[in-house]
Design a protein around this ligand. Structure first.
Ligand SMILES: [Fe+2]
Ligand SMILES: [Fe+2]
Length: 356
């Protein structure tokens, strides 16, 4: 059983608010037939009978999907497609070409012009709808990536750690998750999508620090016990915020993973972590993965109150924490891939030098 349901947020899908689709065809009859089909399927349909009019409509409305005929007067489908790709719109426009041109050469011409997909005429209703849904899925991924990126940037802006910490930890997490697929007990929990989302959402692990006062977050030294208690609230702050997002968009997998990473990365395998004192497998897997990545990176980073440890020193501390602080399998994965940890650390050190 997968830990997360395979659901995905499809922004503006017909099941929530109506998604706008622009259809372009010089044949009134064809236009009306397609309009009827899409309206019945729950789309908000706008029509144009040539490419030039269509382009003007796109400039004035935030339409994300176009279904265009190929042969048209004034500006044909290919010309429209090229014009769309040359314009700057706020979001990506998914372009479906409706065509009687079915040779390889013509399909290549369509793709080179920037079309995303084709529907051959005469079309079947189910095919048009299925291709439209595929387009929506692609658009929703873009929306998700933008949301994750914006949240990560927000996290970075308030985090006293450097941006490179966020980048390194996301790479460490990916390596660990990849290695864990070789462990039988994780086979059903980790798939390529899980790995991708862990990688993408890892930079959000400390996003809860946006709620920690400056005096504590930016203190140039070790925190005293009272300050540390305040700092310990950051997983809860993040978890609460992301849970509220999930209430609004239930089933959104990236939010679930982000919530679990942020909420559980300071839990410890033996139950002595925070905020909940969760134990063993009760700690979400992505939180257990992040715990190793985060601690490894913190150990290799110089702080005012401690030097940067070497890989060997950090490795000894992580091995020492096996079954106490860390999931034994995650430590096993770390040991199996330690060369990659060293490489990632070096790669980002070089990058930082170049940027200086
Ligand atoms: Fe943290
Ligand atoms: Fe961190």
């Amino acid at each position: 059983m997968l830990q997360y349901p395979r659901l995905c947020l499809i922004e503006n899908s017909p099941s929530s608010s109506l998604m706008q689709v622009l259809i372009v065809d010089d044949s009134k009859l064809a236009l009306m037939a397609l309009k009827g089909l899409l309206t019945n399927a729950g789309y908000d349909v706008i029509t144009a009978d040539n490419g030039r009019d269509a382009l003007n409509i796109l400039k004035e409305n935030s339409i994300r999907v176009v279904i265009s005929d190929w042969e048209m007067p004034v500006m044909n489908g290919i010309e429209l497609c090229r014009a769309v790709r040359n314009e700057i719109f706020t979001g990506y426009i998914y372009f479906l070409l409706l065509t009687g041109h079915n040779t390889i050469e013509e399909m290549v011409e369509g793709l080179q012009a920037g079309a995303d997909d084709f529907v051959a005429k005469p079309y079947k209703a189910e095919e048009v709808l299925a291709r439209l849904r595929a387009g929506e899925r692609i658009l929703s991924m873009e929306t998700r990536d933008v949301a994750i990126f914006a949240l990560a940037k927000l996290a970075e802006s308030r985090d006293s750690d450097t941006g490179a910490h966020l980048e390194r930890t996301q790479h460490y997490c990916r390596v660990l998750a990849q290695q864990l697929t070789t462990v039988e007990k994780f086979r059903n929990q980790i798939d390529p999508e899980f790995i991708r989302l862990v990688f993408q959402t890892a930079p959000l692990h400390d996003i809860g620090k946006v709620g920690i006062p400056d005096a504590i977050l930016l203190k140039p030294g070790r925190l005293d016990p009272a300050e540390f208690e305040v700092m310990k609230q950051h997983p809860t702050i993040a978890e609460k915020t992301l849970s509220e997002c999930l209430d609004r968009f239930p089933g959104t997998v990236f939010l679930q993973i982000a919530r679990d990473i942020a909420g559980a990365h300071h839990e410890k395998w033996d139950g002595t972590g925070y905020p909940r004192g969760l134990k063993g497998d009760d700690i979400p897997l992505c939180g257990r993965i992040m715990a190793v990545a985060d601690v490894y990176d913190a150990l290799l980073t110089k702080r005012v109150y401690k030097p940067a440890f070497s890989h060997e020193e950090a490795k000894n501390i992580i091995v020492e924490g096996r079954g106490k602080h860390f999931d034994p399998d995650c430590v096993g994965a770390f040991l199996a891939r330690e060369e990659q940890f060293i490489n990632i650390c070096e790669k980002f050190a070089e990058k930082a030098e170049k940027e200086e």
